[in-house]
Design a binder for this molecule. Structure first.
Ligand SMILES: [Zn+2]
Length: 436
């Protein structure tokens, strides 16, 4: 699945290819023995499904991904031949840390020959910034390369799309816009230098405006999935522990929330489980400067990409329902926000009486922590904290009671099985940050 090469000279470059459509075609009598019609499985330590437990997915899902995905240590070296094979006016988006790193020292001169200019991205882009870039480059750029963390990839994705749209960015944004996006964008080559957001595999570009309209919202369309992703785990080397951990816990949250989504089915759940197993392999060793570290960074890069595929397909849950609103008013690191909210959410899950949540958590516990006698949600919470390379959930910034009310009044539970009420959301936030 990882080496997905669906490139074709006859396919218009600005279209992405839907490579899997899973359709449930079985007769109704074989379908659905799930929520409502089955008693809770409880937290059985060994989950052995019998005939009654076997389920057939009700949801139809559509999976979109890159046309071409390159994966492996040193794969960034393929960028130059890829660009040279089809010369076009190309703009580079990157973070400043990339320009100071070893990959730029090695590739910079050759890359300079292939691009007409670059834009530096230092934070989550606002609608105004994207409009400024579009005004500067419209009519001069036919292809975009993005090398950086989630903010860089999202900025480049938004720019690529808006270059082909006539109105300002805010008009097309979910939540606040009034105009649907069109199925057009510039071809984008996305090269993540962090393993977390999975933006290289998703349909949406997150745009944030904390100044004027206080909104964090997406431009979203299947054709916005980057045409090419280059996943080189060595690009993670040397990142600070706090960045490695905060990004990785974002990847975990994408996989976990997509796994628990009511929009999911067997396809997305098994894909998410695959990513979660990789996360478990990688989480304790992300910062090691040895072979174990190399293996961990490779596993996390893959987990992050799978997280992007899963969230694009099955959607997310209450953690991102809160994080999206909090991010509209506070410049906190998105991954750390999700990680902090994950722990109180696991406490909520440990108490769940929802049959499908119980079934999914029992399955997850059996897959990831089969020897732990604790309820899966609590076992998961303890393992993540024990094995973390840095305790990112300690100390940190504070929120005011007014901030909390603002967030809770706008937050929702996205695609979770339960729509959590305001007191539960407030409790989760108060467990994640000190309220002053
Ligand atoms: Zn996220």
């Amino acid at each position: 699945m990882l080496r997905v090469t669906l490139r074709t000279k006859h396919q218009p470059q600005r279209r992405n290819f839907c490579f899997a459509k899973v359709i449930n075609f079985l007769p109704a009598r074989y379908q659905n023995v799930c929520s409502g019609s089955v008693t809770a499985f409880g937290y059985t330590r060994v989950f052995t499904p019998n005939k009654k437990d076997m389920q057939v997915s009700e949801n139809l899902i559509e999976l979109y991904s890159n046309q071409q995905t390159l994966f492996g240590r040193g794969s960034i070296d393929q960028l130059i031949p890829l660009l040279a094979a089809n010369t076009q006016p190309t703009l580079l988006f990157c973070g400043r840390s990339f320009l100071n790193g070893p990959a730029w020292a090695r590739l910079g001169a050759a890359l300079n020959d292939q691009i007409i200019g670059y834009e530096i991205v230092s934070h989550e882009a606002s609608p105004d910034e994207i409009d400024g870039w579009v005004r500067r480059w419209r009519g001069h750029v036919d292809r975009v390369v993005a090398i950086g963390g989630g903010s860089v990839l999202d900025a480049a994705k938004a720019f690529s799309a808006m270059m082909q749209h006539p109105l300002n960015t805010a008009r097309y944004l979910e939540k606040v816009g009034d105009t649907p996006v069109q199925a057009v964008t510039l071809p984008l080559i996305a090269i993540p230098t962090t393993a977390g957001t999975g933006s290289e595999a998703t349909q949406n570009a997150v745009v944030t405006d904390q100044q004027h309209i206080q909104v964090k919202a997406s431009l979203r369309h299947p054709v916005f999935v980057p045409q090419v992703a280059i996943l080189d785990p060595d690009l993670l080397k040397g990142a600070p522990n706090s960045v490695l951990a905060s990004c990785a816990i974002d990847a975990f949250t994408h996989l976990f929330e997509a796994y628990l989504s009511r929009k999911g089915n067997l396809f997305t759940q098994q894909t998410a489980l695959n990513g979660l197993r990789l996360f478990f392999k990688a989480w304790p060793d992300l910062n090691r400067d040895n072979e174990r570290g190399d293996a961990a960074r490779e596993a996390m890069m893959m987990a992050s990409w799978l997280g992007g595929v899963c969230l694009s397909t099955a959607g997310l849950g209450v953690i991102h329902g809160i994080a999206g609103e909090l991010g509209a008013i506070k410049p906190f690191h998105h991954g750390e926000v999700c990680g902090r909210l994950l722990f109180p959410f696991l406490d909520v899950l440990a108490e769940t009486e929802h049959a499908e949540q119980q079934r999914l958590m029992a399955q997850l516990g059996q897959q990831l922590l089969p020897d732990d006698p604790a309820p899966p949600a609590l076992a998961l919470k303890a393992w993540i904290k024990q094995q973390a390379i840095v305790p990112f959930w300690l100390d940190g910034p504070t929120l005011s009671a007014t901030d909390v009310d603002w967030i809770v009044s706008r937050a929702n539970s996205k695609n979770g099985w339960i729509s959590y009420d305001a007191p539960t959301l407030t409790e989760m936030i108060a467990a994640a940050w000190r309220i002053v």
